[in-house]
Design a protein around this ligand. Structure first.
Ligand SMILES: Cc1ncc(COP(=O)(O)O)c(C=O)c1O
Length: 396
């Protein structure tokens, strides 16, 4: 058995394997350069093209590009008139943005624990948290695995709740043959640098609700009746402000990157899937490791590969284990620190870490492995080689 690098042995990989670098090629560089030379660099024709391409890809009727998924989640809540005195139920097992936007509207974030297998919000836990003040639910398609939308839809119908899907991780994922984004509810995607499809920063709301799409467009750009490109095209300087909107628009520079990224998405997501399969087929042999579940009737976007390890069976804890992997030249990460256990949420709402035991226990055991299209077969060998050495060395 090789001694781990952190104990003085030789690292498995000579070069440090990054966690989630963007897949940017000459196509994106050329597309951005063309926009830079075109004379129009902010919201304009590339944005319209990217919106149409997203609709064509997902089947959704409308796509509204925005500066981020955070902006999209916030705008949707505002447009559904959620604010002071309301409660919005979401998962604690997410990035803070999902819950922060609820606070920004003046409403109260209420958490519901997750299902152990997929890390996604549990429908039965949602039902337990409903009060007369509950107005909406924000499920997250964690890591790219669709949440239990059929059950969540039934609960929403019964209690008359709005559902906004946090699809930050889920571009390309589908449920029962429908791409995420082409469902009953608005779905909010992130195109942040680490996502399966990136525009460096950016996001989009996909919806089949025309009224919502029109409102999103209006509110994303000051509440102006015409955007700058429309004004220039028409040679018409007139505009009006019909509502006090925000400044959440995407630029043509970003949309140009997005258009190229979308062309590669299916191929890249397939590669992600094949990496996940290799990880799982090797790691199932360890009874102290739990590989991520994949339900029937779904396509997983494999934004994350969250491995759970029962560290009580090892002589090393999770944080030291991540340091040991780094010493082997392998980066890893943790997704996520449950939001309710962070300082603001504990101090403001009085949450304790084990108030949501499944989420908190998952967090204590979770290690996200690198998964991205640029990961070579050799890189996968290195990740699995490092894990094997560490498991064998530290096994009790
Ligand atoms: C689940 C989830 N929701 C929302 C966001 C926010 O996305 P953005 O950075 O585009 O605002 C993130 C970002 O990582 C996320 O992971």
């Amino acid at each position: 058995m090789d001694k781990p690098a952190i104990e003085g042995g030789t690292p498995v990989s000579k070069e440090y394997l990054p966690f989630s670098p963007p897949d940017i090629g000459e196509e994106e560089i050329k597309a951005v350069t063309e926009v830079l030379r075109s004379g129009w660099i902010t919201t304009g024709p590339r944005c319209r093209e990217f919106e149409q391409a997203l609709c064509a890809y997902t089947g959704a009727s409308h796509a509204v590009l925005l500066s981020s998924a955070t902006a999209g989640l916030f705008l949707c809540l505002k447009l559904y008139d959620i604010g002071e005195g309301d409660e919005v139920i979401t998962t604690p097992y997410t990035f803070a943005a999902t819950a922060n936007v609820i606070i920004h509207t003046g409403a109260r974030p209420v958490f519901a624990d997750i299902n152990e297998d997929t890390f996604n919000i549990s429908p039965s836990q949602i039902e337990k948290r409903i009060t007369p003040r509950t107005k909406a639910v924000i499920p997250v398609h964690y890591g790219g695995h669709p949440a239990s939308m059929v059950e969540i839809h039934e609960i929403a119908e019964e209690y008359d709740l709005i559902v906004i899907e946090d699809a930050a991780h889920a571009i390309g994922a589908s449920l029962r043959g429908n791409k995420i984004g082409n469902g009953f509810n608005p779905a909010v995607f992130s195109f942040h640098a680490v996502k399966n499809l990136t525009t460096a920063e950016g996001g989009a709301v996909l919806t089949n609700d025309e009224h919502l799409a029109r409102q999103l467009r209006l509110y994303a750009l000051h509440g102006q009746t015409k955007d700058a490109f429309a004004k220039q095209q028409a040679g018409d300087w007139q505009y009006d402000i019909s509502v006090p909107g925000y400044k959440f628009n995407m630029t043509d520079l970003q949309a140009a990157i997005g258009l190229e990224q979308l062309k590669k998405l299916e191929r890249n997501n397939k590669r992600r899937e094949s990496i996940a399969k290799r990880y799982t087929s090797h790691l199932v042999q360890y009874d102290f490791a739990t590989t991520p579940a994949v339900h029937e009737h779904i396509v997983h976007a494999w934004h994350l590969y969250p491995l759970r390890v029962d560290f009580s069976k090892l002589t090393i804890g999770r944080d030291r284990f991540i340091e040991a992997l780094a010493a082997e030249g392998i980066s890893s990460n943790v997704h996520f620190i449950p939001v309710h256990a962070t300082t603001h949420y504990r101090m403001t709402y009085g949450y304790e870490p084990f108030d949501f035991p499944v989420a908190y226990n998952s967090f204590l055991r979770e290690v996200s492995l690198p998964i991205y299209p640029g990961l070579s077969d050799r890189d996968i060998d290195h990740v699995l080689g490092a894990l094997t050495n560490l498991f064998d060395y530290y096994k009790k």
